[in-house]
Design a protein around this ligand. Structure first.
Ligand SMILES: [Zn+2]
Length: 364
Protein backbone atom coordinates (compact mmCIF):
# COMPACT_ATOMS: atom_id res chain seq x y z
CA UNK A 1 0.00 0.00 0.00
CA UNK A 2 1.32 3.41 -0.94
CA UNK A 3 1.06 5.64 2.09
CA UNK A 4 3.27 8.54 1.03
CA UNK A 5 3.14 11.04 -1.79
CA UNK A 6 6.40 11.79 -3.61
CA UNK A 7 7.08 15.52 -3.92
CA UNK A 8 10.65 15.89 -5.11
CA UNK A 9 14.33 15.05 -4.85
CA UNK A 10 16.38 18.04 -3.60
CA UNK A 11 20.14 17.21 -3.37
CA UNK A 12 19.26 13.71 -4.60
CA UNK A 13 17.23 12.97 -1.43
CA UNK A 14 13.74 11.62 -1.94
CA UNK A 15 11.13 13.72 -0.11
CA UNK A 16 7.66 12.29 0.49
CA UNK A 17 4.58 13.41 2.40
CA UNK A 18 2.79 10.86 4.58
CA UNK A 19 -0.97 10.66 3.98
CA UNK A 20 -1.74 11.69 7.57
CA UNK A 21 -0.27 15.09 6.73
CA UNK A 22 -3.42 15.85 4.72
CA UNK A 23 -5.48 15.43 7.89
CA UNK A 24 -3.59 18.45 9.22
CA UNK A 25 -4.47 20.49 6.10
CA UNK A 26 -8.10 19.36 6.40
CA UNK A 27 -8.02 20.42 10.06
CA UNK A 28 -6.72 23.90 9.13
CA UNK A 29 -9.53 24.28 6.57
CA UNK A 30 -12.07 23.06 9.14
CA UNK A 31 -10.92 25.60 11.76
CA UNK A 32 -11.16 28.40 9.16
CA UNK A 33 -14.69 27.33 8.16
CA UNK A 34 -15.74 27.16 11.80
CA UNK A 35 -14.42 30.66 12.43
CA UNK A 36 -16.22 31.97 9.35
CA UNK A 37 -13.01 33.07 7.57
CA UNK A 38 -13.10 34.31 3.99
CA UNK A 39 -11.74 32.14 1.15
CA UNK A 40 -8.69 34.42 0.99
CA UNK A 41 -7.95 33.95 4.70
CA UNK A 42 -8.39 30.21 4.36
CA UNK A 43 -5.93 30.00 1.42
CA UNK A 44 -3.47 32.11 3.42
CA UNK A 45 -3.56 29.81 6.42
CA UNK A 46 -3.13 26.69 4.26
CA UNK A 47 -0.20 28.39 2.49
CA UNK A 48 1.25 29.31 5.87
CA UNK A 49 1.16 25.68 7.06
CA UNK A 50 2.76 24.55 3.78
CA UNK A 51 5.50 27.18 4.20
CA UNK A 52 6.21 25.97 7.74
CA UNK A 53 6.61 22.46 6.38
CA UNK A 54 8.93 23.75 3.66
CA UNK A 55 11.07 25.05 6.55
CA UNK A 56 10.79 21.60 8.19
CA UNK A 57 12.04 19.97 4.96
CA UNK A 58 15.00 22.38 4.96
CA UNK A 59 15.67 21.44 8.60
CA UNK A 60 15.78 17.73 7.65
CA UNK A 61 17.96 18.52 4.64
CA UNK A 62 20.34 20.19 7.11
CA UNK A 63 20.69 16.88 8.99
CA UNK A 64 21.01 14.92 5.72
CA UNK A 65 23.72 17.12 4.22
CA UNK A 66 25.67 17.15 7.49
CA UNK A 67 25.46 13.33 7.56
CA UNK A 68 26.63 13.18 3.94
CA UNK A 69 29.90 14.77 5.05
CA UNK A 70 30.62 11.55 6.95
CA UNK A 71 29.56 9.32 4.08
CA UNK A 72 26.15 8.57 5.62
CA UNK A 73 23.35 8.30 3.11
CA UNK A 74 19.78 9.54 3.70
CA UNK A 75 17.37 7.08 2.13
CA UNK A 76 14.56 9.63 2.28
CA UNK A 77 12.76 12.41 4.12
CA UNK A 78 9.14 11.93 5.14
CA UNK A 79 6.81 14.68 6.29
CA UNK A 80 4.37 13.81 9.07
CA UNK A 81 1.82 16.14 10.70
CA UNK A 82 4.12 16.37 13.73
CA UNK A 83 7.23 17.18 11.72
CA UNK A 84 9.79 15.65 9.42
CA UNK A 85 11.86 12.49 9.64
CA UNK A 86 15.15 12.00 7.77
CA UNK A 87 16.00 8.32 7.41
CA UNK A 88 19.76 8.05 7.80
CA UNK A 89 21.26 4.66 7.02
CA UNK A 90 23.17 4.86 10.30
CA UNK A 91 23.98 7.19 13.18
CA UNK A 92 27.69 7.71 13.75
CA UNK A 93 29.09 6.50 17.07
CA UNK A 94 31.66 9.29 17.35
CA UNK A 95 30.16 12.05 19.57
CA UNK A 96 31.54 14.93 17.51
CA UNK A 97 29.91 13.56 14.34
CA UNK A 98 26.52 13.05 16.02
CA UNK A 99 26.82 16.54 17.48
CA UNK A 100 27.40 18.08 14.07
CA UNK A 101 24.53 16.19 12.39
CA UNK A 102 22.12 16.96 15.26
CA UNK A 103 22.83 20.70 15.39
CA UNK A 104 22.68 21.16 11.59
CA UNK A 105 18.85 20.87 11.53
CA UNK A 106 18.00 23.50 14.17
CA UNK A 107 20.69 25.83 12.78
CA UNK A 108 18.79 25.93 9.47
CA UNK A 109 15.71 27.26 11.33
CA UNK A 110 17.86 29.83 13.09
CA UNK A 111 19.29 30.87 9.73
CA UNK A 112 15.81 31.20 8.16
CA UNK A 113 14.71 33.26 11.18
CA UNK A 114 17.73 35.51 10.77
CA UNK A 115 17.03 36.09 7.08
CA UNK A 116 13.37 36.91 7.85
CA UNK A 117 14.50 39.22 10.64
CA UNK A 118 16.71 41.17 8.25
CA UNK A 119 14.04 41.33 5.52
CA UNK A 120 11.51 42.71 8.03
CA UNK A 121 14.06 45.11 9.48
CA UNK A 122 14.85 46.54 6.04
CA UNK A 123 11.15 46.86 5.20
CA UNK A 124 10.67 48.91 8.38
CA UNK A 125 8.75 46.38 10.49
CA UNK A 126 8.03 47.58 14.03
CA UNK A 127 9.52 44.81 16.19
CA UNK A 128 8.01 46.15 19.42
CA UNK A 129 4.68 44.76 18.11
CA UNK A 130 5.97 41.22 18.69
CA UNK A 131 5.83 41.82 22.40
CA UNK A 132 2.26 43.06 22.54
CA UNK A 133 -0.17 40.52 23.96
CA UNK A 134 -1.88 38.11 21.54
CA UNK A 135 0.19 39.44 18.64
CA UNK A 136 0.43 35.93 17.13
CA UNK A 137 -3.35 35.72 16.67
CA UNK A 138 -3.29 38.49 14.09
CA UNK A 139 0.33 38.40 12.93
CA UNK A 140 1.17 38.95 9.27
CA UNK A 141 2.71 36.12 7.23
CA UNK A 142 6.43 36.93 7.50
CA UNK A 143 6.58 37.93 11.20
CA UNK A 144 4.58 34.80 12.07
CA UNK A 145 6.98 32.68 10.01
CA UNK A 146 9.89 34.28 11.84
CA UNK A 147 8.36 33.37 15.21
CA UNK A 148 7.61 29.82 14.08
CA UNK A 149 11.23 29.30 13.02
CA UNK A 150 12.53 30.61 16.34
CA UNK A 151 10.12 28.23 18.08
CA UNK A 152 11.22 25.31 15.87
CA UNK A 153 14.82 26.12 16.73
CA UNK A 154 14.11 26.20 20.48
CA UNK A 155 11.74 23.24 20.57
CA UNK A 156 14.18 20.98 18.73
CA UNK A 157 16.86 21.83 21.27
CA UNK A 158 14.78 20.46 24.17
CA UNK A 159 16.91 17.50 25.36
CA UNK A 160 14.19 14.93 24.72
CA UNK A 161 16.15 12.09 23.12
CA UNK A 162 15.77 11.08 20.26
CA UNK A 163 14.87 14.67 19.32
CA UNK A 164 17.81 16.83 18.19
CA UNK A 165 18.44 18.30 21.64
CA UNK A 166 18.49 14.80 23.11
CA UNK A 167 21.03 13.70 20.49
CA UNK A 168 23.16 16.71 21.41
CA UNK A 169 22.91 15.63 25.03
CA UNK A 170 23.96 12.05 24.23
CA UNK A 171 26.82 13.28 22.07
CA UNK A 172 27.93 15.59 24.91
CA UNK A 173 27.73 12.77 27.45
CA UNK A 174 29.62 10.59 24.96
CA UNK A 175 32.77 12.62 25.56
CA UNK A 176 32.75 11.47 29.21
CA UNK A 177 30.83 8.19 29.31
CA UNK A 178 30.63 5.08 27.13
CA UNK A 179 28.11 5.24 24.31
CA UNK A 180 25.84 2.80 26.14
CA UNK A 181 25.86 4.85 29.36
CA UNK A 182 25.40 8.10 27.44
CA UNK A 183 22.43 6.63 25.58
CA UNK A 184 20.94 5.26 28.78
CA UNK A 185 21.02 8.65 30.52
CA UNK A 186 19.78 10.53 27.44
CA UNK A 187 16.97 8.01 26.83
CA UNK A 188 15.70 8.21 30.42
CA UNK A 189 15.75 12.02 30.37
CA UNK A 190 13.99 11.84 26.98
CA UNK A 191 11.27 9.65 28.45
CA UNK A 192 10.77 12.03 31.37
CA UNK A 193 10.26 14.84 28.86
CA UNK A 194 7.86 12.60 26.92
CA UNK A 195 5.71 12.17 30.03
CA UNK A 196 5.79 15.91 30.59
CA UNK A 197 4.85 16.56 26.91
CA UNK A 198 1.94 14.15 27.20
CA UNK A 199 0.54 15.79 30.33
CA UNK A 200 1.05 19.28 28.93
CA UNK A 201 -0.44 18.21 25.58
CA UNK A 202 -3.52 16.82 27.27
CA UNK A 203 -4.46 20.34 28.37
CA UNK A 204 -2.93 22.55 25.68
CA UNK A 205 -2.05 20.82 22.40
CA UNK A 206 -3.05 17.34 21.18
CA UNK A 207 -0.11 17.24 18.73
CA UNK A 208 2.24 17.24 21.69
CA UNK A 209 0.73 13.92 22.82
CA UNK A 210 1.68 12.35 19.49
CA UNK A 211 5.20 13.76 19.80
CA UNK A 212 5.35 12.36 23.34
CA UNK A 213 4.52 8.85 22.06
CA UNK A 214 7.18 9.13 19.33
CA UNK A 215 9.80 10.34 21.81
CA UNK A 216 8.99 7.73 24.46
CA UNK A 217 9.01 4.74 22.10
CA UNK A 218 11.88 6.15 20.04
CA UNK A 219 14.08 6.53 23.12
CA UNK A 220 13.32 2.94 24.16
CA UNK A 221 14.03 1.53 20.69
CA UNK A 222 17.34 3.37 20.33
CA UNK A 223 18.46 2.36 23.80
CA UNK A 224 17.62 -1.26 22.98
CA UNK A 225 19.60 -1.02 19.75
CA UNK A 226 22.70 0.43 21.43
CA UNK A 227 22.40 -2.16 24.22
CA UNK A 228 22.26 -5.00 21.67
CA UNK A 229 25.22 -3.66 19.77
CA UNK A 230 27.30 -3.23 22.91
CA UNK A 231 26.60 -6.86 23.83
CA UNK A 232 27.90 -7.90 20.43
CA UNK A 233 31.06 -5.80 20.80
CA UNK A 234 34.20 -7.64 19.71
CA UNK A 235 32.39 -10.92 18.90
CA UNK A 236 33.04 -12.66 15.61
CA UNK A 237 30.41 -14.48 13.61
CA UNK A 238 32.03 -17.90 13.58
CA UNK A 239 30.35 -18.56 16.99
CA UNK A 240 26.88 -17.80 15.66
CA UNK A 241 27.12 -19.52 12.34
CA UNK A 242 24.52 -22.11 11.32
CA UNK A 243 26.47 -24.89 9.69
CA UNK A 244 23.46 -27.15 9.16
CA UNK A 245 21.20 -25.68 6.54
CA UNK A 246 19.26 -26.91 3.54
CA UNK A 247 20.98 -25.81 0.33
CA UNK A 248 18.76 -24.99 -2.62
CA UNK A 249 19.61 -25.13 -6.29
CA UNK A 250 18.14 -22.65 -8.76
CA UNK A 251 15.88 -25.26 -10.39
CA UNK A 252 14.30 -26.50 -7.16
CA UNK A 253 10.57 -25.89 -6.86
CA UNK A 254 9.11 -23.55 -4.32
CA UNK A 255 7.06 -26.41 -2.88
CA UNK A 256 10.27 -27.78 -1.37
CA UNK A 257 10.85 -24.55 0.55
CA UNK A 258 7.22 -24.43 1.68
CA UNK A 259 7.48 -27.98 3.10
CA UNK A 260 10.55 -27.06 5.17
CA UNK A 261 8.96 -23.76 6.20
CA UNK A 262 5.82 -25.51 7.43
CA UNK A 263 7.97 -27.97 9.34
CA UNK A 264 9.24 -24.98 11.23
CA UNK A 265 12.96 -25.71 10.89
CA UNK A 266 14.14 -23.00 8.54
CA UNK A 267 12.53 -19.87 7.16
CA UNK A 268 15.27 -18.60 4.89
CA UNK A 269 17.47 -20.37 2.38
CA UNK A 270 20.57 -19.86 0.28
CA UNK A 271 20.46 -20.87 -3.37
CA UNK A 272 23.62 -22.54 -4.74
CA UNK A 273 24.65 -23.06 -8.33
CA UNK A 274 27.41 -25.68 -7.95
CA UNK A 275 29.30 -24.28 -4.98
CA UNK A 276 28.58 -20.63 -5.80
CA UNK A 277 25.86 -18.77 -3.87
CA UNK A 278 23.60 -17.12 -6.46
CA UNK A 279 20.65 -16.00 -4.36
CA UNK A 280 18.71 -16.09 -1.11
CA UNK A 281 15.09 -16.97 -0.38
CA UNK A 282 13.35 -15.32 2.55
CA UNK A 283 9.98 -16.14 4.07
CA UNK A 284 8.49 -13.01 2.50
CA UNK A 285 9.82 -13.90 -0.95
CA UNK A 286 8.44 -17.43 -0.60
CA UNK A 287 4.98 -16.16 0.32
CA UNK A 288 5.06 -13.57 -2.45
CA UNK A 289 6.24 -16.21 -4.95
CA UNK A 290 3.47 -18.56 -3.91
CA UNK A 291 0.72 -16.01 -4.46
CA UNK A 292 2.20 -14.85 -7.78
CA UNK A 293 3.30 -18.12 -9.42
CA UNK A 294 2.08 -21.03 -7.32
CA UNK A 295 4.26 -23.71 -5.73
CA UNK A 296 5.80 -25.14 -8.91
CA UNK A 297 7.85 -22.05 -9.71
CA UNK A 298 11.64 -22.51 -9.70
CA UNK A 299 13.73 -20.88 -6.98
CA UNK A 300 15.77 -18.79 -9.44
CA UNK A 301 12.64 -16.98 -10.61
CA UNK A 302 11.82 -15.51 -7.19
CA UNK A 303 15.14 -15.46 -5.29
CA UNK A 304 16.82 -12.23 -4.20
CA UNK A 305 20.14 -11.85 -6.02
CA UNK A 306 21.26 -8.71 -4.19
CA UNK A 307 22.45 -9.87 -0.76
CA UNK A 308 25.43 -9.29 1.53
CA UNK A 309 28.05 -12.00 2.08
CA UNK A 310 30.34 -12.30 5.09
CA UNK A 311 33.60 -13.92 6.14
CA UNK A 312 33.97 -16.01 9.33
CA UNK A 313 36.12 -13.40 11.07
CA UNK A 314 33.69 -10.51 10.44
CA UNK A 315 32.37 -8.83 13.58
CA UNK A 316 28.82 -9.72 14.61
CA UNK A 317 28.06 -6.05 15.25
CA UNK A 318 28.85 -5.05 11.65
CA UNK A 319 26.98 -8.06 10.30
CA UNK A 320 23.95 -7.17 12.43
CA UNK A 321 23.98 -3.61 11.14
CA UNK A 322 24.27 -4.72 7.51
CA UNK A 323 21.52 -7.33 7.87
CA UNK A 324 19.23 -4.72 9.45
CA UNK A 325 19.85 -2.43 6.48
CA UNK A 326 19.45 -5.04 3.75
CA UNK A 327 15.96 -6.45 3.54
CA UNK A 328 17.23 -10.03 3.17
CA UNK A 329 17.64 -11.12 6.83
CA UNK A 330 19.94 -14.00 5.80
CA UNK A 331 23.43 -14.06 4.36
CA UNK A 332 25.95 -16.70 3.33
CA UNK A 333 29.22 -16.88 5.25
CA UNK A 334 32.33 -17.78 3.30
CA UNK A 335 35.79 -18.92 4.24
CA UNK A 336 38.36 -18.43 1.47
CA UNK A 337 35.49 -18.07 -0.97
CA UNK A 338 33.82 -21.35 0.05
CA UNK A 339 30.38 -21.42 1.68
CA UNK A 340 30.61 -22.85 5.19
CA UNK A 341 27.40 -21.63 6.81
CA UNK A 342 24.66 -19.04 6.94
CA UNK A 343 23.81 -16.29 9.38
CA UNK A 344 20.45 -14.63 9.88
CA UNK A 345 18.94 -11.92 12.05
CA UNK A 346 17.00 -14.52 14.04
CA UNK A 347 20.29 -16.18 15.09
CA UNK A 348 21.65 -12.89 16.35
CA UNK A 349 18.45 -12.08 18.27
CA UNK A 350 18.51 -15.50 19.92
CA UNK A 351 22.16 -15.06 20.78
CA UNK A 352 21.30 -11.69 22.40
CA UNK A 353 18.50 -13.25 24.46
CA UNK A 354 20.79 -15.98 25.75
CA UNK A 355 23.58 -13.51 26.46
CA UNK A 356 21.20 -11.22 28.33
CA UNK A 357 19.80 -14.09 30.41
CA UNK A 358 23.27 -15.34 31.34
CA UNK A 359 24.45 -11.89 32.32
CA UNK A 360 21.36 -10.61 34.09
CA UNK A 361 21.82 -9.49 37.67
CA UNK A 362 19.05 -9.63 40.21
CA UNK A 363 18.64 -6.82 42.67
CA UNK A 364 16.86 -7.95 45.80
ZN1 LIG B 1 15.99 17.74 13.58
Amino acid sequence: MKTSLYIGKPFGIRVTVHWTFFILIAYVIYVNLKNGSSVGEMIESVLFVLTIFACVIMHELGHSLAAKRYGIITSGITLLPIGGVANLTRIPEEPQKELFIAIAGPLINLFIALVLFLILLISGFDYSMLFSTHYLDRAAFLPALLIVNVMLFLFNLVPAFPMDGGRLLRAGLGFRFSRLQATRIAARIGQLFAIFFAIWGLFHNPFLILIAVFVFLGAQAELQDVQSKSMLEGKKINNLLMRNFTPFNPQMHLKHAVDILLNGQEEEFVVLDGDKVVGVLTKNLIIKGLSEYGQDVEAEKIMETDFPTFETDDLVKDVYEKLQLSGTKIAPVLENGVLIGVINIKNIHEYLLVFEALNSKRWL
